[in-house]
Write a protein that binds this ligand. Structure first.
Ligand code: HGY
Ligand code: MN
Ligand code: MN
Length: 431
């Protein structure tokens, strides 16, 4: 096979002739990333593609259009996952590549979208270069990865971890029901159950993602190979006190829900110190006080707690410690407390053979790859219940993410995409 692909001087020129030297078309990949970066972007420069929003579905529809334009099969399953695959799909177990297109509010343009668009470029490149593989390579853009309705909804649907009760009762933090949000986008909630894939339909899952932390940027390395993905639990906690007049109620008589929250927040460093490990993290990301006026003692403090660690035992110990702290504070301050579990995702290890493949391929592309854990959660850790997984990281400039400041340099994106392309071909076995 001869390739007359003239590419700009970059990593590609250094690439040895592995898989006949196939590399991504960086001009096309860059234009797709820039195109999708405008979907859901607001004046503050942030991306607002929250799950099942109009902007989120604009992006998913654009992906389906792109798949069809390049002659691939593109569709949305019952959970809203977008799936792309060759039309001549044989019933062989597929190598899946992808990530997600939904975002947190005021997000950057690469979290999730990078993995999806590099995956699209891989499929297009393989098709236009007429490369045949023993296994089909599928692209997936998972639904609600960011957890507007819990977390990792689309991948959980694919591995069979959702049920009718979850579909009918889940609400987001503003009280919007998942079922209503799905129907607004033309999806019938219970149809999400049909997104389930059998174990023998997926050979492996590989996700390219921005690191979202400072490690690669600080080391000056362009590629991370993930060996383990952190676990997490996410609660919505309600501390209930009594509304009272801010001027006439003596301090000792108050049942001030915010004071309970403030004391709990102050306990986080001690609890992590005593019950966690050096990578344990805990975040209170959203707080709502009611009735929420300046001259009323807060009766209700509703807030989220997101706790992560790569060790399942540590996570369980931290959950007990946070519950104990809440109970003690509530008792001392005459408050009630309750909490809803929004999400629980166990830590997972990536498949050793896939890790080895990615390390070798990245090494052959002179990337001097770094083996590292992921502090962020990813669909890959849910897909691990269905198939062996691997993850490829590219650096986040300044370690920034979940912010309009999120960025990765183009040459790192190009290298990451080439590592993904060659890893997918390796796993799918070129014939
Ligand atoms: O929360 C996370 O780790 C991911 O960004 N959804
Ligand atoms: Mn992500
Ligand atoms: Mn994210």
């Amino acid at each position: 096979m001869h390739y007359n692909v003239e590419l700009p001087k970059s990593w590609n020129d250094m690439a040895p002739k592995l898989h006949n030297g196939i590399v991504v078309d960086m001009r096309r990949l860059r234009s797709n990333i820039e195109r999708f970066a405008e979907i859901g972007r607001n004046e503050d420069g942030g991306i607002y593609r929250m799950a099942f929003s109009a902007a989120d579905f604009e992006a998913r529809t654009a992906l389906i259009e792109s798949l069809k334009q390049i002659g691939l099969h593109g569709e949305m399953d019952g959970a809203g996952n977008v799936i792309g695959r060759p039309k001549s799909q044989r019933d062989q177990a597929a190598v899946m590549i992808g990530s997600h297109l939904d975002s947190v509010p005021a997000a950057g343009c690469l979290d999730g979208a990078l993995g999806v668009l590099c995956g699209l470029e891989c499929l297009q490149r393989i098709k236009e270069q007429k490369i045949e593989t023993r296994r089909p390579i599928e692209l997936v853009a998972f639904s609600d990865e960011e957890g507007r309705f819990g977390s990792l909804f689309g991948s959980k649907a694919m591995v069979g971890e959702i049920n009718p009760d979850l579909l009918q009762t889940t609400v987001d933090l503003s009280g919007v029901a998942l079922a209503d949000a799905m129907r607004e986008r033309g999806l019938e909630p219970l149809k999400a159950l049909s997104a389930r894939r059998s174990r023998d339909s997926v050979h492996a899952y590989v996700e390219l993602h921005i690191e979202q932390g400072p490690t690669l940027d600080r080391l000056g390395k362009p590629i991370g190979v993930v060996n383990a993905i952190t676990g997490l639990f996410k609660w919505c906690i309600r501390l209930k006190g009594e509304a009272d007049h801010a001027g006439t109620t003596p301090m000792p008589m108050r049942k001030d829900a915010f004071s309970g929250l403030a004391e709990f927040a102050g306990e986080i460093p001690r609890i992590l110190e005593e019950h966690g490990g050096e990578r344990s993290v805990a975040t209170i990301g959203r707080v709502k006080l009611s009735p929420g006026t300046a001259n009323t003692v807060p009766a209700l403090a509703e807030f989220t707690l997101d706790v992560r660690d790569a060790d399942a035992r540590k996570l369980a110990t931290l959950a007990d410690a946070f519950r104990t702290a809440l109970s003690a504070i509530a008792r001392r301050r005459g408050l009630m407390f309750e909490f809803d579990i929004l999400s629980e995702v166990p830590p997972v290890s990536c498949d050793a053979r896939i890790v080895e493949d990615i390390l070798r391929i990245a090494g052959e592309l002179h990337a001097d790859p770094v083996l590292m854990p992921s502090g962020a959660a990813h669909d890959a850790q849910v897909m691990a219940r269905l198939a062996p997984i691997g993850m490829i990281f590219v650096p986040s400039v300044g370690g920034r993410s979940h912010s309009p400041a999120e960025w990765t340099h183009w040459e790192d994106i190009e290298l990451g995409a080439n590592v993904l392309l060659r890893t997918a071909l390796q796993l799918a076995e070129v014939v």
